[in-house]
Ligand binder design. Sequence first.
Ligand code: PGA
Length: 263
Amino acid sequence: MSGSTITPWVVGNWKMNPMQANTQQLLADLKQQLEQASIPHDVCKIGVAPTLLALLQVKNELATDAHEVFVVAQDVSRIAGTGAFTGEVSADLLKDSQVDYVLIGHSERREIFNDTPAILNEKIKNALAANLHIIYCVGESLEQRESGQAEQVVLQQICDIAGVVNPEQWVHITVAYEPIWAIGTGKTASPDDAQAMHAKIREGLSQITPEGQNIAILYGGSVKPENAVELAACPDINGALVGGASLNAESFVQIAQAFAQSK
Ligand code: PGA
């Protein structure tokens, strides 16, 4: 037991997966696994971030009273409202479709799609204005870790958003620490390294907001059933953002169980 009063979160990030037929199968498997596990929402919050194409289907099939799974958009436009912005989906449109959660700042968005801190701040401002809950991702590259800059990089990413989150809006922020070198590589940060960074993030958050002690900080990067128990035992690891392993319902629910049982 960690002594933390924060309810753990386990969120599956499906990224650009799967094809339609496999989505149906994954949904069916998830329903079955969730039913068997019957993890109460106040013991572990479970969310899924499918593609935009599957978002409402997943919401309709999974976000029932029986499972209480919430859906998360993987990204949001930096432009608010509605209008002539081909290809974009705004925070307001998400909210209008009862999608209440969004990932912002995933390293794949930062690195592949050039989401700069300025763009991320636009997204955060709009998401908060639309009353979405944000899972804000931070994390260092291998090069930054090896040159001893990991802490500084991650704390800077936290500071980057401090100017756009009003004091009363921190309750709408969850942080996900995802070291880039651990994403999709099979390499996980050791529980000690991950805990050390989570403690630093909590310290940094606490200097910005009194809410710092209550903000859930999720770990992401090759989380799987085999390492979930150890990660879940760390006092400042309040859940997981799971990529690859979330595409297998059994693995995903086992990870959720590890967090449900540890806290
Ligand atoms: P992974 O991805 O679990 O496949 O490493 C995590 C993420 O990018 O959110």
